[in-house]
Design a protein. Structure first.
Length: 385
């Protein structure tokens, strides 16, 4: 009897298991709540990637283990030209590692901080690519929940990619999301109003990001959290007329994304997507060519100095225990009939070791990914890649 391809992959993992020692560590390009992001080179393939490494200790201390595991699971399920794709995942005693596509063009926040205004043609291209990525996510029943300039990365050609799925989650039929997740300035009104929300929140966040690209400031900025939440719930947006001339089409698309009623929001659902594709602002976009990257980006970033050098300085001056490869030893608690004696920290550590699964995209593609539509079933190949 033929084995399930997933079982075959699991068995073969033992002979090709990727660890930190397979990578040459290079410069640090980002920092998160539990770890950092750095450029790495796969020693054998000579391919550059981005390595996100998450401290288990910090992750458990901040009660975020489930978030990291969920992010890892979601990333394995995604494959789209405008998303940062997962390439490898593994862990050792101290860290969880996720290796993704490297984006050498920097993030959108970086570019907005150094160039006050981009043309509408450039912005249109970016937001068409982002819209295609969001549409794909929603078809996969995934809500990102943290769309903002920091989480939009450019490759060296100028294509944009949605990144950081740390608070992304799956949608479930007949059940709304309820947690107050996201970055305050970009969160949709229905989140603050309570009563539940769905994937429409991503289109609102995209609208806030678009507003920021056009006007070089966010639509909602207040001194206190209470004032910010109240303003977003009201949804009254001011559109400046002094500093920049904005086309009617561009103004209209921002207003469509920043529609307070999620059911009428541009992009949401079949009707919202149809309205987006037909919108005058996106009229010139050839969507099939866009998603196959046949349209040259109108802005090409420099591939040097697109990152904050202070990250490297912090590593040099402040890092007490530099990142090094180590042999993984599973932390097995002593057997005890009463599992309640295990601390919350111990339980979280066990959960991480069991549920943060190993992943290697070369094995995944060989057994499960990107099936030939002309074949009725997956290849039964079983040799080690």
């Amino acid at each position: 009897m033929n084995k399930n391809p997933r079982e075959q992959r699991s068995n073969n993992d033992r002979c090709v298991a990727v660890t930190l020692s397979h990578f040459k560590l290079m410069r640090i390009v980002g920092r998160g709540a539990f770890g950092k992001v750095r450029i790495v080179e796969h020693r054998e393939a000579r391919q550059l990637y981005a390595l996100k490494y998450i401290s288990k200790e910090e992750c458990i201390r901040m009660d975020a283990a489930k978030n990291i595991i969920r992010e890892r699971v979601i990333l394995e399920q995604l494959d789209h030209p405008f998303l940062c794709r997962l390439r490898f995942a593994f862990q050792d005693n101290d860290y969880m590692y996720m290796v993704t596509d490297l984006m050498l063009g920097g993030d959108l926040h970086f570019h907005l901080s150094r160039q006050p205004y981009f043309s509408e043609d450039v912005i249109r291209f970016w937001f068409a690519e982002l819209s295609a990525a969001i549409k794909y996510l929603h078809l996969k029943r995934v809500v990102h929940r943290d769309i903002k300039p920091h989480n939009i990365l450019m490759d060296d050609q100028g294509h944009v990619h949605l990144a950081d799925f740390n608070i992304a989650t799956h949608l479930h039929a007949h059940r709304m999301l309820t947690s107050n997740s996201g970055t305050g300035y970009y969160i949709a009104p229905e989140v603050y109003k309570g009563g539940g929300y769905n994937e429409a929140v991503d289109w609102w966040s995209l609208g806030v990001t678009l507003y920021e690209c056009i006007y070089h400031k966010r639509p909602f900025e207040y001194d206190t959290t209470e004032e910010l939440h109240a303003a977003i719930r009201r949804g009254h947006v001011n559109y400046p007329t002094k500093d920049r001339q904005v086309s009617g089409e561009c103004l209209s698309v921002i207003q469509g994304f920043l529609e307070v009623n999620p059911n009428k929001r541009l992009g949401y659902g079949d009707a919202g997507w149809a309205a987006l594709v037909r919108h005058p602002f996106f009229r010139s976009i050839q969507w099939n060519k866009l998603e196959s990257k046949q349209i040259p980006p109108p802005f090409q970033p420099a591939t040097e100095n697109n990152f904050d050098i202070t990250f490297d300085l912090e590593e040099l001056l402040l890092e007490e225990s530099p990142l090094t490869a180590q042999t993984t030893k599973r932390n097995k608690p002593k057997k005890n009939n009463d599992q309640a004696v295990l601390s919350k920290q111990q339980k979280d550590l066990i959960m991480i070791e069991e549920k943060f699964k190993y992943f290697d995209f070369t094995i995944f593609e060989k057994y499960e990914g990107f099936k030939d539509p002309h074949l009725k079933e997956q290849s039964k190949e079983t040799s080690c890649p």
